[in-house]
Design a protein around this ligand. Structure first.
Ligand code: FAD
Length: 548
């Protein structure tokens, strides 16, 4: 079993009781608030309101809650769809402390180890460790002539990363003239990170292109290549992992079990297969939602955690929209991805797998991270494989006698390549689609086994998830992995905040907070703060206190 930093007795709290959600039933209304979408953003907003004693109804279109934190099974294997490494979950981080409160201290985390990410570039292997000193030392060992540049870059990451805290606070403030003025002041520390791309900052710091690629090698965690990403998000991601990375004990599904359990305990409920078709707006105020099928549900406050862009373009009635929507429409979703879900039989650890993620870069050009796949003909090599072995991260995983283990390979692909099959039913798409999936699968497996050849004979199951699979189950715009792409333009758009332009409608999730699970959690927290500034503020202040 893997050594765990945070989980002392991991099996203790893994919930095996009836889940706190259902398609039908649940307590009768009225509810104080309706939350659309049960991803990390929606669950956090709902759990915070529940912690304040409110009854919240969470509506999720999928048959299982959690958004990108949900899990699915095939035979003896189970995978999460969007959780490989999460930082800031420990007692040293405010969000970690708040999450612990919201889950009644039952959600536990296992460390991925002293090294959480291993990078393999052509001719260079470098580890990303769980502390700033070792990270600096590893960089200097790989680039001994670049000490000054490394220190200058890490200083900027620290400064801008800290400044992002102020920016996030500013997202809970109403967009009135005074709110905007206060917000501007709060986010001042991150300002240079909003106006420059990561590449611009790198170019000002060093002309060693290999060092540049290593410093931004983790761009897959925010989905925007260095030439497009605002430096602020690159700094945020680097800071996020400064104390290492963690995995939820019992798998990512535990997050929904505990957060939605909190909602249920306060008299609220989560309805799955509840597909919101429209947000009801009367006299400029959000008053409820209409589900597909016609059922109408009302509450005095509505939170949309389905994405700001998605809410504006899919859920709000045309007549309720203002010019703000045009600004949101101009932003672009982060790239789409494919994921190879693998099941293995055997000792995968002996074959080179481990709890740390492995980034296999085929090229030094990290900007070429999007795999440009032709519709027909030979597939070019995939520029980067992000590889993860979830069963080795979870100390409660029981491989059984057959030694069942799981693995995943994720890489970015153009959404448009898959779009033509979107209207065909899931699992019943035509031969051309199956053929494309087969070619991609073979190429990814081939490249993976070049790096980890001993895994090949252990492969027992494989299935490829494509951007239209993601769209089918989680509904992001254009199959996006992280919502709106975190570019300079995204940070210039002032509408990505918890207060929507429509009265009583609030936004939550990663497009309000930041990319990733904890970024989406921050987005949920901001929605609760915008709705209940005094009471939720006290809750956040309390979580803000460091333990003795
Ligand atoms: C392959 C992959 C790997 C990732 N790896 C990591 C990682 O290692 N670490 C990390 O921190 N982050 C990772 N992420 C990102 C992270 O999972 C997401 O950023 C985060 O979970 C998003 O949360 P959210 O609440 O904003 O949105 P979502 O999780 O997308 O939730 C939105 C929810 O709204 C629901 N919804 C949409 N429309 C409707 C409607 N009309 N009616 C009802 N419900 C609706 C959706 O079904 C969904 O459940 C990964 C993501 C992916 C896809």
């Amino acid at each position: 079993m893997m050594a765990s930093k945070l989980a002392l007795r991991p099996e203790k709290n893994v919930s095996k009781t009836k889940p706190p959600w259902s398609k039908h039933g649940g307590p009768a209304g009225p509810f104080d608030a309706i939350v659309i979408g049960s991803g990390m953003g929606g669950m956090t907003a709902a759990a915070m309101l529940a912690e304040l004693g409110q009854r919240v109804l969470v509506l999720e279109q999928h048959y299982v809650p959690g958004g990108f934190t949900h899990a699915f099974k095939r035979g003896p294997y189970e995978w999460d769809v969007g959780v490989h490494a999460i930082g800031e979950v420990g007692p040293e981080a405010m969000l970690g402390r708040l999450l612990s409160t919201l889950t009644d201290h039952k959600l536990e985390w296992a460390s991925l180890g002293g090294v959480y990410d291993e990078f393999y570039y052509p001719g260079l292997r470098i580890d990303f460790p769980d502390n700033a000193a070792d990270f600096r030392a590893n960089l200097i060992e790989a680039f001994p002539d670049e000490v000054e540049a490394i220190d200058a870059y890490l200083d900027q990451v620290k400064r801008v990363g800290r400044g992002m805290k102020g920016y996030l606070k500013s997202r809970a403030i109403p967009p009135s003239w005074w709110g905007k003025a206060v917000g501007k002041r709060l986010s001042k520390g991150a300002h240079e990170g909003f106006t420059k791309t990561a590449q611009q900052v790198l170019d000002e710091t060093t002309d060693n292109t290999k060092l540049q690629k290593v410093l931004t090698g983790q761009w897959g965690y925010h989905g925007s290549p260095p030439s497009r990403a605002a430096f602020a998000v690159q700094a945020l991601v680097s800071r996020h992992f400064m104390h290492g990375a963690f995995y939820p004990v019992g798998g990512a599904k535990q997050i929904a079990i505990h957060l939605l359990g909190k909602v249920a305990k306060a008299g609220g409920w989560t309805r799955v297969r509840a597909d919101v078709e429209e947000i009801l707006v009367e006299k400029g105020r959000a008053v409820g939602v209409r589900l597909k099928g016609g059922e109408e549900l009302r509450a005095s406050k509505i939170v949309s955690a389905a994405g700001v862009m998605s809410t504006a373009l899919r859920l709000l009635p045309e007549e309720s929209l203002g010019p703000w929507v045009d600004e949101v429409r101009e932003l672009v979703p982060a790239p789409a991805h494919v994921c190879l879900y693998m099941g293995f039989k055997g000792d995968i650890r002996a074959a080179g797998a481990g709890p740390a993620n492995k980034w296999f870069y085929d090229v030094w050009d990290t900007d070429a991270g999007l795999w440009d796949i032709p519709v027909e003909g030979d597939l070019p090599r995939c520029p980067v494989l992000y590889t993860s072995f979830p069963s080795l991260k979870d100390p409660t995983h029981d491989p059984g006698e057959a030694q069942h283990h799981t693995g995943e390979v994720v890489t970015f692909v153009p959404y448009e390549l898959f779009e033509e099959w979107k209207k065909q039913p899931w699992r019943n798409r035509d031969e051309a689609y199956q053929g494309l999936k087969k070619r991609i699968t073979e190429r990814l497996l081939g490249q993976l086994f070049e790096h980890l050849p001993d895994l090949e004979p252990m492969l027992d199951f494989v299935e490829l998830g494509t951007p239209i699979t993601t769209e089918h189950f989680c509904r992001p715009m254009k199959g996006s992995i992280y919502g709106i792409e975190p570019t300079v333009e995204r940070y210039a758009c002032d509408h990505l905040r918890a207060h929507s332009p429509i009265k009583n409608l609030f936004f939550a999730g990663c497009e309000v907070g930041a990319v990733g699970v904890m970024g989406a959690m921050a987005g949920g927290m901001l929605a609760a703060l915008a709705m209940e500034p005094r009471k939720a503020g006290a809750l956040v202040m309390d979580a803000g206190k460091r333990p003795d």
